[in-house]
Design a binder for this molecule. Structure first.
Ligand SMILES: [Mg+2]
Length: 382
């Protein structure tokens, strides 16, 4: 496919083409009724709590919480001398041998892309906006918005966020993009001829401009359960200073970035205790946040596959999907691209981390630079 053909394709000309459901989109089955939680509780509740805690400690929850602690980072900054700081820098540079910067490798990337059509998938928090103490203040800069708008005019571009779709749209405010909220469990596309697949139906709705759209929401049956658990979690952490809840529609976040480090474990215990009554919900961990979501085989990686197929880009050899994200949940998307060996992930991180991404960028400022370079390259080469 040549670049001119790419530019004149329906996908680029109309950033929101028909959302066609993939033929075999689901491998999970959503339960139509939820058995008594007692069936699941008997075993776990009889376990002595210390053993339970020991089990989850072994599973690494505590390490994860401490590793993403801002306080810990501040303490490290306070105590390290210049030599240690140099060591940390050296570690980062050593790590970049395995995860090269997408900026310094830009030519390699564009050489590889050649005339392929790029499809961009972007996480929001920590990727397009800085991680901030109050999640509601995670605003993207106007300059970043312009950069995203520019790339979206050149490549099909989607935002895939853990936040609710409405919330992430309120932050981004661009109609040129596709939006997948709640870790991909809430995808919006234009109305197409296909409205159902494997028992999961699209819901007809309207977007912010009053245009008819299809919503794909594979976890819709979980909504009553999610809103119930949101209430219970809120009550359970009410007395912990700094702990905050966030309703992300198909998932619930419990933020602990403003909690004293001594109370971290208490947050985990409370969340874990509430979830013992909900065998169909699972707990995952992000940057200073716990996320509670339905136990279905659906994640950001599946959302990428779904969007690629919806856009008619799934089977083509001429497509290069790139996913940029900073969090554990983005790894599902990195894995999908790595496994299919056609695109790649870019991990946004200022510290060395194991990842299934291929390249790295240090922070949202570098993400913006990368997006600007992509746009300039595309415009120059056509
Ligand atoms: Mg993120």
């Amino acid at each position: 496919m040549d670049l001119k053909a790419s530019l004149s394709s329906p996908v680029v000309a109309d950033p929101l083409p028909t959302l066609a459901l993939p033929s075999a989109v689901m491998t999970f089955t959503t339960p139509t009724s939820f058995p008594s939680p007692g069936l699941y509780l008997n075993t776990s509740k009889k376990k002595p709590l210390p053993a339970k805690l020991e089990e989850v400690r072994t599973n690494g929850w505590f390490d994860l919480m401490m590793a993403s602690s801002p306080t810990r980072k501040r303490q490290i900054k306070d105590i390290v001398n210049d030599v240690q700081a140099d060591d940390l820098d050296l570690q980062y540079h050593n790590w970049m041998v395995d995860y090269p910067s997408a900026l310094t490798s830009f030519e390699t990337i564009t050489d590889f892309a050649g005339s392929k059509k790029l499809a961009l998938f972007l996480d929001y928090d920590g990727t397009l906006s800085p991680i901030v103490d109050k999640p509601e203040n995670a605003l993207m800069s106007d300059e970043m918005r312009d950069a995203v708008k520019h790339v979206a005019s050149l490549f099909p571009t989607a935002i895939i966020s853990g936040r609710s779709r409405d919330k992430v749209f309120d932050f981004v405010k661009l109609n040129e993009l596709y939006y997948a909220g709640s870790h991909g469990m809430d995808i919006m596309g234009t109305v197409g001829k296909t409205t159902e697949s494997n028992g999961v139906e699209c819901i007809r709705s309207t977007d912010s401009q009053g245009k008819e759209v299809n919503l794909f929401q594979p976890a819709s049956e979980f909504l009553p359960m999610i809103s119930e658990v949101y209430k219970k979690l809120g009550e359970s952490i009410m007395d912990i200073d700094g702990a905050r809840m966030e309703d992300n529609k198909f998932c619930v976040s419990v933020h602990y970035r403003n909690v004293a480090e001594d109370d971290y474990w208490k947050v985990f215990q409370r969340v874990n205790a509430v979830l013992e009554d909900y065998p169909y919900l699972k707990l995952t961990h992000g940057r200073k946040v716990f996320e509670v979501r339905p136990v279905i085989d659906w994640n950001k990686g599946k959302a990428v596959e779904f969007l690629l197929e919806s856009l008619g880009l799934n089977e083509s050899e001429d497509v290069l999907p790139i996913y940029v994200g900073d969090d554990k949940t983005d790894e599902d998307a990195f894995k999908v691209l790595k496994a299919s060996n056609r695109g790649f992930g870019i991990l946004v991180s200022s510290i060395p981390k194991e990842s299934d991404a291929f390249y790295s960028l240090r922070d949202p400022a570098e993400v913006m630079e990368f997006l600007k370079k992509l746009a300039a390259w595309k415009e120059q080469s056509t």
